[in-house]
Design a protein around this ligand. Structure first.
Ligand SMILES: NC(=O)c1ccc[n+]([C@@H]2O[C@H](COP(=O)([O-])OP(=O)(O)OC[C@H]3O[C@@H](n4cnc5c(N)ncnc54)[C@H](O)[C@@H]3O)[C@@H](O)[C@H]2O)c1
Ligand SMILES: O=C(O)[C@H](O)COP(=O)(O)O
Length: 621
């Protein structure tokens, strides 16, 4: 027997690979859905099966009122609403319109966006819309998906998205070539003074001596950020006969080798380059990474191209470097403030060539991006798996498929456990134990854990818990979830043999749920595909976790089942199953009774007045 543990110490904002205790298998997210007409609920390539979808739909993202809707599909009168706040290619809009109500409202002020957003399930933006905390707050839990029609998600407050359980997806591939081509266009235009010479010629001048350029062939081009765009710029730079080096702490050396590019340190790249092309994302660690210090390390006369994000450059420092002659020229597609103020010194600088964030703006790229984001948003609203989720853990579809019954069990166990806690005691520590034949590396429990958290938190708060925000919400509520896996000798075919939930340092309203170690302890298993409660405190039971549950502890004696059954029958409450577990003969027994209806208080009082019954509790599942 072996075990390993982990806790939910980190809130989910984004999931760098390997950040979870479990092995991250592949880049697909169990996203969620919200239903439309049934015609929109057909499984697609990445969908596992209808049962999985149904479960994930009801488990993962909808608001409490929407959950009443039934089978996980959008009703035809309640198609999802999608707000598109910036110009999107027609092909993407068509896809969106086939699926939901689409409103295109461009150039909204922040206030207008906030006042509109509460009636939308999804929002699609480009780089010009700031999706701030206020937007998520105004979304009031209805906003489920933000689609960024492009790569950079620095205009979306990911932390707030996560807190509000809103999935963020982007379109990371369709504009790569367009951005790379624009980078090369700027590089060549800058080297040959195309923009300046054009303006001068149009102004009636003929300044051939003034606009002598520099050649690109044989020059060193440093690519800062060797990702999708950076690699494509590198290829094109090689094609121009340039000597290309790259700096990227996370880039694989074999990709660089394949293109014939040397990966070098930051300082080496900037100190040897004649041209520096920026292709890293804007993050806290790349913000103003090009500043007085780093400009000082550059080769005198260097030329800089930025088609990444304005914020990676300290713009005042760049002006100083241009004026001081360190930087000969700059070509900028992106600025810190877009659009810039009219008197922006950098834009007006004679050594600077500027374009208004046009990197992704080719017809081809915009159609591609529009389709990519429309598919991602529609997929997320339908409950399909999204390959481009930015703020949720990735769970491989085959893992979701196999864990599906355990997801149902997990939520029920969470719900059950929290109802066993007596009102006054705050839950702080929850330990989840998985007994499984699988090794720790082969059991991805994030989804199961999220559903246990959902089961625990939702009944006692107004929060909607889903895969996006489960760990965050647990942490916010001061709930420490620890996990333990116990490897047991059973079939490898089933991912989990049993799930136990232990809550420590609380009092229980049903003393028999407290095990010898003083914790509320319950255990469940999946039997014949359905969730069962198999252990309560120290008592073994076997009840299907459906409908509602009455738990009684009584003296083990004849007639008890009939007695309670009679009371329920008198109150027209249908019993779906009964199970009795006992410590030993004629001592204490636990009776678990599944009921279809919720008994009246009178019925419950009558059960409580049976003298052999020492305690009982009614639990809603
Ligand atoms: N101007 C435009 O219209 C336009 C169009 C597309 C992309 N972009 C921007 O270009 C940038 C790159 O896009 P992409 O699609 O190639 O993204 P990408 O994620 O494929 O590549 C980014 C690369 O930057 C690297 N990186 C991260 N931190 C770094 C650091 N401190 N130093 C060096 N490298 C670092 C990453 O490892 C990654 O390889 C993004 O900022 C994106 O928003 C702009
Ligand atoms: O990050 C991106 O994809 C680019 O900056 C494109 O932004 P845009 O969608 O506003 O053109």
């Amino acid at each position: 027997m072996a075990s390993s543990t982990c806790t939910n110490g980190n809130a989910i904002a984004a999931f760098p690979s390997g950040s979870d205790c479990n092995r991250t298998r592949r880049a697909f997210l169990v996203s969620f859905l919200n239903p439309t007409s049934s015609s929109h609920c057909q499984p697609r390539a990445l969908v596992i099966n209808n049962n999985v979808l149904k479960t994930v739909r009801t488990c993962v993202l909808r608001s409490k009122s929407e959950k009443k809707g039934g089978d996980g599909c959008w009703s035809s009168d309640k198609r999802p609403t999608i707000l598109v706040s910036e110009k999107l290619g027609e092909a993407g809009l068509r896809l969106l319109r086939e699926f939901g109500h689409v409103e295109c409202a461009y150039e909204l002020s922040p206030q207008e966006l906030c006042s509109k957003i509460s009636s939308f399930d999804a929002l699609i933006v480009r780089s010009g819309t700031k999706v701030t905390r206020e937007v998520f707050e105004a979304g009031k839990g209805k906003l489920k998906v933000v689609g960024r029609a492009g790569v950079g998600i620095d205009n979306v407050d990911l932390q707030s998205a996560t807190e509000f359980g809103c999935l963020v997806v982007n379109a990371p591939t369709a504009n790569t070539v367009a951005a790379a081509e624009h980078g090369i266009a700027l590089l060549a235009a800058m080297a040959r003074n195309v923009a300046q010479a054009d303006a001068s010629t149009k102004a009636g001048k003929w300044q051939r001596n003034k606009y002598v350029g520099v050649s690109m062939v044989g020059k060193t081009l440093a690519i800062m950020g060797f990702g999708k765009v950076g690699s494509e710029v590198a290829r094109r730079g090689k094609g121009l006969g340039m000597n290309v080096v790259a700096h990227d702490p996370y880039a694989p050396a074999d990709r660089a080798r394949a293109i014939g590019v040397d990966l070098v340190s930051f300082d080496q790249a900037i100190s040897t380059a004649d041209f520096i092309s920026l292709h890293m994302p804007l993050t806290p660690s790349t913000k103003k990474v090009f500043n007085d210090n780093t400009f000082a390390k550059m080769k005198k006369g260097v030329r800089i191209i930025n088609v990444a994000r304005g914020g990676v450059i300290d713009e005042d420092a760049l002006i100083r470097a241009l004026d001081g002659g360190i930087v000969a020229q700059a070509a900028l597609d992106v600025l810190i403030e877009e659009p810039p103020p009219k008197d922006c010194k950098l834009v007006q600088h004679e050594k600077v060539t500027v374009t208004p964030h046009l990197g992704a703006s080719t017809k081809e790229a915009q159609e591609g991006v529009a389709i990519e984001i429309a598919e991602a948003v529609v997929g997320a609203l339908k409950g399909e798996l999204s390959a481009t989720a930015v703020n949720a853990p990735m769970v491989a579809p085959e893992v979701v498929s196999e864990l599906n019954p355990y997801i149902v069990l997990a939520e029920k166990l969470g719900k059950l456990a929290v109802q066993l806690v007596s009102g006054g005691s705050g839950i702080k520590n929850v330990k989840v134990v998985y007994r499984s034949a699988r090794g720790p590396d082969d059991l991805d429990t994030r989804l199961v854990r999220a559903m246990i958290i959902k089961g625990i938190i939702e009944p006692i708060s107004n929060s909607i818990i889903n895969l996006v925000n489960a760990d965050y919400k647990a942490k916010e509520k001061g709930l420490r979830i620890s996990e333990e896996r116990i490897v047991v000798d059973s079939s490898l075919e089933h991912p989990i043999d049993s799930i136990q939930v232990h809550i420590s340092n609380v009092e229980s309203k049903f003393g028999s749920a407290v095990s010898d170690n003083g914790q509320i302890s319950i255990e469940g298993k999946v039997r014949y595909g359905t969730p069962h409660l198999t252990c309560l405190g120290s008592f073994g039971v076997d009840v299907s976790l459906e409908g509602n549950l009455i738990l009684c502890r009584q003296v083990d004696q004849p007639g008890m089942i009939g007695c309670v059954g009679n009371i329920l029958a008198q109150h027209n409450v249908n019993v779906s199953f009964m199970s009795v577990g006992r410590t030993s003969r004629r001592e204490m027994a636990i009776m678990a009774i599944g009921v279809d209806e919720e008994p009246t208080q009178e019925a419950l009082d009558n059960i409580g007045s049976v003298s052999a019954i020492e305690e009982f509790v009614f639990l809603k599942l």
